[in-house]
Design a protein around this ligand. Structure first.
Ligand code: F6R
Length: 259
């Protein structure tokens, strides 16, 4: 696992965005795995800016990590809506190749299985973008998720629902279940880039990088991935025991061929 510590959140976000931009420039028909959440908002801003400067998504295929069970694509808090607003409606991606699981299906289990199959039929994910939950989740793989899990339904923890309440208005409840790519699905991606910023992620980042590989911290499974790069700002890196070593190896997060 490569650990890049950038001076601040903007620099960490730039670094993660540049990996996606370089991937699309080198291989325009890449299959990208995408994430949502607050951390990714400025990253999508950078991708939109890059598109205005000529970057094309026209040949790319994307698969998002997750969607809330019960929310249809037109629900304003759905991840479908998030992705349309932050990226898809503002770049030249072919909507038929921009995939998210449907949260409003009558049979979410069948939807999850079909989503896993669709990833396989697309040839697998070339580059998977990930955020990090304060409880160590990736996608919506909550603690004690199987490290070999496929796309399936997960019950969200109270802490995740509390953390995501800020995206829901007033009395509208945060959904209790999500369809999420599994940890096994994520580990099959050919490369992973995880972006975590802010002091709220420092404990989870330390457990992910330096803790034991354990379902108790789903992100620690990335220690088993041959091409995983973690990009942190200094606040998110604050609890790393070997922080000065990572900074010595990659001063200011520099380094060639980061994924
Ligand atoms: C969402 C996802 C989640 C988030 C994580 C961090 O698609 O995959 O794992 O990345 O919950 O969310 P923020 O960035 O809002 O702290």
């Amino acid at each position: 696992m490569k650990v890049l510590i950038l001076p601040d959140a903007a620099a960490a976000t730039d670094r993660a965005a540049s990996v996606l931009i370089d991937e699309l420039r080198a291989r325009p028909a890449s299959v990208l795995g995408l994430a949502t959440g607050g951390t990714m908002e400025p990253l999508y801003e950078r991708l939109r800016a890059s598109h205005r400067e000529g970057l094309s998504f026209a040949q790319a295929t994307t698969f998002n990590l997750d969607e809330y069970v019960g929310l249809g694509p037109d629900h304003p808090r759905s991840y479908h809506a998030y992705m349309r607003e932050k990226l898809f409606d503002q770049v030249d991606i072919d909507p038929s190749r921009a995939h998210l699981p449907r949260g409003d299906t009558a049979d979410p289990h069948a939807e999850a299985a079909a989503y896993e199959d669709a990833i396989g039929r697309a040839g697998g994910i070339d580059l998977q973008l990930l955020g990090l939950g304060a409880n160590g989740h990736i996608g919506f793989n909550e603690p004690m998720s199987s490290l070999a899990s496929p796309t399936r339904i997960k019950t969200l923890t109270r802490s995740t629902r509390d953390a995501n309440r800020r995206f829901f208005e007033g009395a509208e409840p945060v959904p209790r279940f999500a369809i999420t790519m599994g940890i096994g699905t994520i580990l099959r991606a050919r490369a992973c880039v995880l972006l975590a910023t802010g002091a709220g992620k420092a404990g989870a980042a330390a457990r992910m990088i330096e803790g034991p590989v354990s379902a108790a911290c789903p992100a620690s499974a990335l220690q088993m991935h041959p091409r995983a790069t973690v990009m942190l700002d200094r606040a998110a890196a604050a609890e790393l025991e070997l922080r000065s070593y990572y900074e010595h190896v990659h001063p200011d997060g520099r380094g060639r061929d980061v994924v």
